[in-house]
Write a new protein. Structure first.
Ligand code: ATP
Ligand code: MG
Length: 589
């Protein structure tokens, strides 16, 4: 189906006035210090994420407003700003009573339960750095991360402890305390652990927040492991300034919004935008404790009256795969803005949003390392489907290139392609990789350490929109062409049979690499030789013979990380019979 290259936007069509209405003016007048000044700061000086996210509101008119609505197996549970303040105070007091100090690290492994949210905020209040882990991890990935982060306290559930932690406990010498949440609500009683509910019931409701400085460590986030062994990115309390500014501009949060970020806090998105940014803006967030389910998700959008929805391409692809009829059984009159992050968002998916939900999907780009959204499509501006949008106010992006000698330079022609770099200095920039100083230094190598090098390749067009080309590691070199897998995958996805596609370069004696595509099919289509030839033809017509895949293989589903990213390195390793490398984040099944 032929569609225009641009989705035009008019401010007059938006249901609420956008927070970012004049792009040029906002960028020209923006200063991080001005945003920092809008936040309260700790009464005695310093900066603490929990104070900004919770205390500011708990002491004011939002005291009784719902901060989180947890959708569990049974009835939902609402926690207001005032209650969140008291509970997180209690948790900070629990840490204090255990003698857990400012320089220690708290790990969280308990799914999207209220206790995780309370413990994270309580950890900040105690000045303890927090590392939330994805609860589907097995024992080894859990052990590796706690060891790397030198965790001294772990909050987990009784069931997760018995299944995953008990067996590795002996190999975690730094881990002093394990606090258990009873999954069935009962008191836990496992040797070597403490019952969290019992400790909370004895703790005081009030606490003095630790005097953290803006540069103090607040969060440890592990990267997704898409390209290799996950890295531990270190973030500081000052990151809250980015969370605040990007919640305003990239997610367009307004106080009356019902916001749903579908990411798990075990990934940076689920913390920066599933916890911190919405609290900063005093909105109500939906937290779904259950796993992805097509009907459930449409029901939540409808019944919870979600107005701003932040999700991921993988989820959108799964909804697309399930077909439009299911979406059409409900209506979404409250929904006014949809954004997505984590992987390239194919133009097909942007249009699907518009056609099925009435709103296009707004892609944005960032990384664990950047701590917050850097490049985005926002409500008031035209979307070029397939583009990640433009740098937000406060963010200076650039395209850089390396010459044969390895020297890096900025490319300032209006239409250019190369590695995506960001001018260093935004508040949520990582401050290091755990125990990997060399890797960290490499991120800033060249250009006088003034630019952060993202490792992603992108193109900037003459209007200043950025287009994802591929990860530097995934780019295919074929017969003198550089081919970004995203372009090929997007073209394949335009075929009605294709649900998702993953493209790799396969070594070839003649052309260097040939393009090979792996596709999974939408409901109602079956793999066949005829379909394979049809897809090859479709791709050649769209992309030209030089770029189109030479080989296409069908897979029931593509290997992906638990956060939903296609793991092209695994497709490649399997194709070539090479070792699979670190698979700790590979989704089971
Ligand atoms: P690892 O660094 O361990 O290999 P990862 O890079 O997937 O894993 P994350 O920090 O979770 O870990 O993901 C950031 C990466 O995800 C980006 O560098 C980029 O490659 C990809 N990404 C994020 N958003 C987008 C987007 N909107 N379009 C294209 N790619 C995106
Ligand atoms: Mg990465």
């Amino acid at each position: 189906m032929a569609r225009p290259d641009i989705i035009r936007k008019r401010i007059a069509d938006l249901r609420v006035p956008p927070n970012l209405a004049d792009y040029a003016a906002a960028r020209a007048t923006f200063s991080w210090q001005a945003v920092r000044d809008e936040l309260a700061g700790l009464p005695g000086g310093g900066l603490n994420i929990a104070f900004e996210a919770v205390e500011r509101h708990a002491r004011g008119p939002l005291r009784d407003k719902t901060a989180f609505r947890f959708l569990g197996a049974g009835a939902s549970r609402d926690i207001g700003y005032g209650e969140l303040s008291r509970l997180s105070n209690r948790f900070a007091n629990v840490l204090r009573a255990l003698g857990v100090g400012k320089d220690e690290r708290l790990f969280l492994l308990c799914g999207r339960r209220p206790e995780l949210y309370v413990a994270m905020l309580g950890g900040f209040k105690n000045g303890t750095a927090v590392s939330p882990l994805f609860s589907a991890f097995g024992p080894e990935p859990i052990a590796t991360r706690i060891r790397l982060g030198e965790g001294s306290v772990l909050v987990t559930t009784d069931a997760l402890y018995e299944r995953k932690v008990a067996q590795i406990r002996g190999a975690l010498p730094t881990l002093r305390h394990v606090l258990l949440v009873g999954e069935d609500g009962k008191t836990t009683n496992i040797p070597g652990t403490l019952d969290l509910a019992a400790l909370m019931s004895q703790a005081d409701d009030a606490c003095d927040i630790a005097a953290t400085a803006a540069g103090d460590l607040a969060l440890l986030h592990f990267t997704s492991g898409t390209t290799g062994t996950p890295k531990g990115a270190m973030h500081v309390h000052d990151a809250v300034v980015t969370h605040f500014a990007t919640g305003r501009y990239a997610l367009d949060l307004h106080a009356e919004d019902i916001f749903w970020c579908t990411a798990d806090p075990g990934w940076v998105t689920g913390t920066s935008y599933g916890i911190i940014a919405p609290l900063l803006h005093g909105v109500t967030s939906i937290v779904d404790e259950a796993e992805f389910d097509v009907e459930r998700w449409y029901r939540i959008l409808d019944e919870e009256k979600v107005s701003v929805w932040y999700t991921a391409p993988t989820a959108i692809r799964m909804l697309m795969k399930a077909g439009a009829e299911i979406a059409g059984k409900r209506s979404y009159p409250s929904l006014r803005f949809i954004a997505s992050v984590g992987e390239p968002l194919n133009p097909e998916a942007v249009w699907w949003g518009r056609e099925v939900l009435g709103l296009p999907i707004h892609d944005n780009w960032w990384q664990t390392e950047t701590g917050g959204i850097m490049i985005a499509n926002t409500p008031a501006f035209d979307i070029k489907p397939g583009s990640m949008g433009r740098p937000l106010p406060g963010i200076e992006a650039a395209i850089v290139r390396r010459d044969a000698a390895g020297n890096i330079s900025l490319v300032d022609t209006p239409d250019s392609e190369g590695e995506l770099a960001l001018k260093a200095g935004w508040p949520s920039m990582l401050r290091g990789y755990l125990h990997d100083e060399e890797r960290y230094r490499k991120c800033f190598a060249g250009l006088d350490n003034e630019w952060y090098l993202s490792g992603d390749l992108a193109r900037r067009d003459a209007d200043g929109y950025y287009w994802f080309v591929g990860r530097a590691d995934d780019v295919i070199k074929s017969a003198g062409h550089l081919i970004g897998p995203f372009e090929v995958e997007s073209a394949l996805m335009e075929h009605p049979a294709v649900a998702e596609a993953g493209v790799i370069g396969k070594p070839d004696a003649v052309v260097g690499e040939v393009v090979k595509a792996f596709v999974s099919l939408r409901q109602g289509f079956a793999a066949s030789e005829t379909l394979r030839l049809e897809l090859l033809g479709h791709a050649r017509k769209k992309l030209g013979a030089a770029v189109a895949p030479k080989e296409i293989a069908f897979l029931p589903s593509l290997p992906r990380t638990r956060s939903g990213k296609i793991m092209r390195r695994l497709l490649k390793a399997r194709e070539l019979g090479l070792p699979e490398g670190d698979t700790s984040t590979l989704e089971a099944g």
